[in-house]
Each structure stands twice: as C-alpha cells, then as structure tokens.
Design a protein around this ligand. Structure first.
Ligand SMILES: [Zn+2]
Length: 314
C-alpha cells in the first residue's frame, strides 16, 4: 500500500512558469525534498495545513524563537476532510500540506520567524505559499472565487472550534456599526463575500447562516456563532496565511479554523465526524454566500436570494 502510494506521487521540482499542465486533480505533487505536498483539486475549496508535519531533517536547524509544537493530528484531519469532500462531490479540494515539523518550519508566520535563516526551510516556506497561490488562482480561474481554509488545532481550555476571520476577540466585542464599517470589513477574510452579499459583515460573522451557526447545528461548539458571538480569550483570530492570501481583489476569501482536540481531532472516528459536519456546513455556506454549491455548480440568482433570506436557518 505504501509503495503503491509512493509510485502514484509525482515528483515535481518547482520551476518558474512550468508544471501546471502536468498536474492531475487528486495526484500529489511534492516540492523539493518532499517537504511540502500539494494535491491539486478541481473545486473552489483550498485546504492548507501548516502545523501537522512530522519530518525533522537534520540539515534544518531547530527554530529557536516562537511556538515549535505540532498541531496534533491536523494533517490527518485535513486528509480526512479532503476525502469526505471527494465522497460528497466526486471532485477534489486543493490540499497543501507542510510535512515539516513546526520545530523546523512554521509556514504560518512571515519568512523570518517561520524559517529563521535556514535556506532549506526558506525554500519550503516559499513552496508552501506558492502552492496555496497556485491553488487559489486555479480555483478563481474556474469558479471566479477561491475559498481557503487554513486548518489548525488549539489547546485552549474552552473546547470549541475557533473561526478566525482576522477579527480578534476584542474586534468581535465591538458594536455592530463598528464591525460593519469599512475599516473592519477591509481587514476581514470575508471581505469578498461582504462586498457581494445582502448580508452584513456581522451577520456573516455570527448570524444564522454563519459558519459558526452551521457547525453548532451539526453538534460542534464554535465561536463566533449566534450562541457565542464574542469569543472568550484566548482566541486565535487568523494568522499569516489567511491575512496574506484572503484578498478580495484576488477573489480569495475563507478563514482559519482552529479545532479543539477532545471529541474532535483526538481519534480517527472523531476526525471523520467533524469532517462530515464541516462538509455539511459548507454545503449550506457555499450556496448561501458564494453563489455555487460546494461542488462548484452555479446557483441561480433567485435560489441564492431565497437561501440568504431564510429567517433563521432552522
Ligand atoms: Zn497552528
């Protein structure tokens, strides 16, 4: 099984302008020294997982500043999520996996903090973000928009899913007018949606059709959500990857998802349960806010406004 999987992998050396035509949805492409893996997709969904890697090559010195702990089981969670998306849609999400352990590279920090001067780590960092860009560009080319999920695991005392739209707990505690003001929307990873939606930023953050509301309906406590519009601290608002790639003028939106460990990513069974809940939530979220199904099928305008105007999503 292992050998067969390896045979299927395409070893791909990054070169300027090359390679795109060789890529087949669902077939892994590996960066140099196999540190970064990209599974090209044919959906508007892009999943990145920067902190679930386990490789500790000796030629990369250990990072000396910042967090160096793995987000346990998040690589497995991302692969399970991809598999459930494929089972539901018959198509592949784009998946970008940093296979390096976080003690060697933090791909969700800027280059200086993430790679801390190692040439090899810097190269992997560049590849990680180039693959995300390539995936988003491909999604935008086909569907007009890319929805990026940067997937993490947190160890905060409150076991809930944290949804990072680049709005801190303090930002989310602000009044509705402030959250709906251009200054807040311009920093939000949901900006692309806000600019096209009948719904306000606040409604998208924690209204009845927010991702938090949908996940809670599937049995996973989440914040922000109608139940908990303002997260308790500590709370992760969304880091480097989401801030860099979710740009409205590039037609990229999305969020950072921080998964709790107990009852979610601790066992294979729980990871599958969460992956199914998240996919089901996205199957409502996409038609409501992106104008298409999770499978990328366009929604008629009438259907869309009917969907977004549902009074409570019940
Ligand atoms: Zn993380």
């Amino acid at each position: 099984m292992h050998a067969k999987t390896l045979t299927g992998l395409v070893i791909f050396v990054l070169s300027l302008g090359g390679g795109a035509e060789e890529q087949v949805p669902g077939n892994s492409v590996l960066g140099r020294q196999n540190h970064i893996e990209y599974v090209p997709g044919n959906l508007p969904l892009v999943i990145a997982v920067p902190h679930g890697g386990r490789l500790k090559p000796g030629e990369i010195p250990d990072r000396v500043n910042g967090v160096t702990d793995i987000d346990a089981n998040t690589q497995e969670l991302a692969r399970t999520l991809s598999a459930v998306v494929h089972a539901e849609t018959g198509r592949h999400a784009h998946l970008v996996v940093c296979r390096l352990h976080r003690s060697k590279l933090d791909a969700n920090r800027d280059l200086a903090e993430g790679a801390q001067g190692s040439e090899i780590a810097m190269q992997a960092w560049e590849e990680h973000h180039r693959f995300i860009e390539q995936a988003c560009e491909e999604a935008v080319r086909k569907f007009g928009v890319a929805f990026l999920i940067d997937l993490h695991g947190h160890g905060h005392p409150d076991a809930r899913v944290e949804l990072g739209y680049v709005q801190s707990a303090l930002d989310l505690a602000d009044c509705e007018d402030a959250l709906n003001a251009a200054s807040a929307v311009n920093t939000s990873s949901l900006r692309w949606i806000v600019e096209r939606s009948d719904l306000s930023h606040v409604e998208l953050l924690h209204g009845p059709l927010s991702l938090g509301a949908l996940l809670e309906k599937e049995g996973f406590p989440s914040t922000p959500s109608p139940r908990m519009p303002v997260p308790t601290e500590p709370f992760f608002r969304g880091g480097y990857t989401i801030q860099r790639h979710c740009q409205s003028d590039k037609n990229v939106t999305g969020l950072q998802i921080e998964a709790n460990r107990p009852r979610l990513r601790d066992t294979a069974e729980n990871r599958l349960r969460f992956a199914r809940a998240l996919v089901k939530s996205l199957q409502t979220f996409f038609p409501a806010h992106l104008g298409m199904t999770l499978g990328g099928e366009p929604r008629l305008k009438g259907e869309l406004s009917l969907q977004t105007r549902m009074p409570s999503g019940q």
